[in-house]
Design a protein around this ligand. Structure first.
Ligand SMILES: NC(=O)c1ccc[n+]([C@@H]2O[C@H](COP(=O)([O-])OP(=O)(O)OC[C@H]3O[C@@H](n4cnc5c(N)ncnc54)[C@H](O)[C@@H]3O)[C@@H](O)[C@H]2O)c1
Length: 297
């Protein structure tokens, strides 16, 4: 009997709600949105899906207080703002989303369940939610999508199945992502990774999706489901999630066994280590800026 709270009923929230309703492990989905209008619409739509597919998952509109009884909460709202950034697009949400995430986090003070953060910039928002709420487990999705995109792109480049590629993208879910090329293997063998080609694809992919269908949704929703099944102990294995690392939150590979994570950092060559250091500095600076600016801490 696993209950999941879903905060935000936009593109990502809708896709996560659909996957949860179709899942075989979730018993209840509680949905909340800003004005409640989108949550109410999503609940009605999912109820239709439930009836048609014979899903046993209960779906209902809920308050944040009710959600504190859930096993896990997915946080994917987006404050109203127009993102005009051409570079560092995710970080452009910092000023708008930080007050929203802070308000939500205050409602979850003392919450003992798992929190999966989706709202961007996800590494900063994960740390912010954890700091304000005091929750023990706040993990962000993003690097797991980046890693999946990396393995897919490299596999296509080499003409091999993606399942034969072992490799991670860590660090910031953004422009300071670290492609761990030096530890990547294909069928157990080291390979020459076309880093610039991969980096270009990692940044062009979300843009291609947004241009075609408005917003990215299915990939992040899949990444969220993967995070949930790992933290809830439904699946064992490795997932690259934004987690505490040297005092900040950054995407790192976590190895989950029965819901317990251990850090499973790959070896890094000097340029990868320098890039990770730059990512660390960037998200720390962003966190310090936004918390001082808004007197959040
Ligand atoms: N981490 C990742 O991998 C990843 C991937 C995709 C999107 N995102 C981020 O996820 C966030 C959501 O993206 P989206 O495309 O679903 O946005 P969207 O604009 O489609 O939907 C946003 C939703 O947030 C809701 N909302 C606004 N204020 C709220 C509040 N106070 N409480 C609850 N809900 C509230 C709105 O009602 C709306 O339903 C964005 O910050 C986006 O950048 C992250």
């Amino acid at each position: 009997m696993t209950s999941i709270g879903l905060i935000g009923a936009g593109a990502v929230g809708q896709a996560v709600g659909t996957l949860l309703t179709a899942s075989h492990w979730c018993s209840t989905v509680m949905v909340a949105s800003g004005t409640g209008r989108t949550a109410s619409g999503l609940v009605t739509d999912l109820d239709d899906m439930r009836q048609v597919t014979g899903s046993l998952v209960r779906v209902r509109h809920a308050t944040l207080t009710e959600m504190t009884a859930c096993d896990a909460v997915v946080v994917c709202p987006r404050a109203m703002f127009t993102n005009t950034a051409r570079t560092d697009i995710r970080m452009a949400g910092l000023a708008a989303n930080a007050p929203l995430i802070t308000r939500l986090a205050r409602k979850f003070t003392g919450y003992r369940g798992m929190v999966i953060m989706v709202t961007n910039p996800v590494d900063v928002m994960s740390r912010l939610f954890a700091t304000v709420s005091g929750c023990d487990t706040v993990l962000g999705v993003g690097s797991n999508t980046d890693s999946a995109r990396y393995r897919l792109t490299l596999a296509r480049h080499l003409g091999t199945p993606a399942s034969s590629v072992q490799g991670h993208v860590i660090g910031e879910h953004g422009e300071h992502a670290v492609i761990c090329a030096s530890s990547t293997t294909v069928n157990g063998q080291s390979v020459q990774v076309p880093i610039e080609e991969i980096r270009a694809e990692l940044s062009q992919r979300p843009a291609r999706i947004s241009t075609g269908i408005g917003r990215t949704r299915s990939g992040p929703a899949g990444a969220t489901m993967s995070a949930l099944t790992h933290v809830l102990g439904i699946t064992d294995g490795v997932s690259e999630l934004s987690a505490p690392w040297r005092g900040v939150w950054l995407g790192i590979p976590l190895h989950f066994t029965a819901g317990h994570p251990t850090v499973s950092m790959p070896s890094l060559n000097p340029s990868e280590a320098a890039r990770l250091q730059a990512a660390e500095t960037k998200v720390r600076t962003a966190f310090d800026h936004i918390t001082q600016e808004t007197r959040i801490r």
